[in-house]
Design a protein around this ligand. Sequence first.
Ligand code: CO
Length: 330
Amino acid sequence: MGKIDVHTHFVPKGWPDLAAQVGPGPWPWLRVDSEREAMIMVGSSEFRRIDPRCWEAEARLADMDADGVDLQVVSPTPVFFSYEAGPREAAKVARIFNDLALEVCSPARDRLLPFAQVPLQDTDAACAEVDRAMASGHVGVEIGNHVGDRDLDHEGIVTFLQHCADRGIPVLVHPWDMPDSPRLDRWMARWLTGMPAETHLSIIAMILGGVFDRVPPSLRICFAHGGGSFAFWLGRFENAWHQRPDLIGVSERPPSAYVDRFSVDSVVFDPAALRLLVDTLGAEQVMLGSDYPYPLGERPVGAVVERADFLTHAQKTAIRHGNARRFLAL
Ligand code: CO
């Protein structure tokens, strides 16, 4: 039984003309530099150089075969979420990209499993689009970890999560739209410190905002990049919950009581970090993920799991594919 990679991204090859189809806006666009190279552009800024692995099933399958990966969850690239756009426009963008995701995955629908994006700034539109996407062949949804100043405990987002729980739709939470400061413009700091902090904050919002007290345990939700900084700082979080109950939120139980309510992926590179995740959350809560095909992703996919001598055979099997089978309801 091969690996299941729950964290990969796609970019469609046939780039839609969003201004023509949706209306004027600061849409991301693709600058095609050659047959096998393109640049994701945000306004006039170069965001990320990409290659056919983003849109070509054959290229993905070749890498999957090389790395022993049976199945990939194929998620949107977060820069396309468009949560800052008007709800109608964002719903159109989601529909366009979700249909293109099906095209990217269509040559190997038994191995490439598309996750949808939704206009999360509008709860009704987000619920409608995830239902439409699931009916058209998607198997889950990827959401950003916040919508502007709304965190995952915002009423509208909780309603969306409830909707996903009711329908058995797995949710992958991906950090995006990191804090804005010139201090973060250097050294990829937005990715190296901003993303782990964003994800940490999202898990805190779900715990302290009482979300896990309100949504049923049937909600299957996974946080990218090993849950960011969360596992390392759970002790500090736990202490604050006991020491400052006047400040710290509305969860019914201390933070450590909720660690079995969510999963994280394994793309932490260092076996010591993976060990911390397994010790803190349990091996059942960790799923193999790689962030393929981006530069901060792991190749070969799952290398950190293979290097983890402390894992039992059963734990490795669970992380390689068993936990993902439950997450994806395969
Ligand atoms: Co990613």
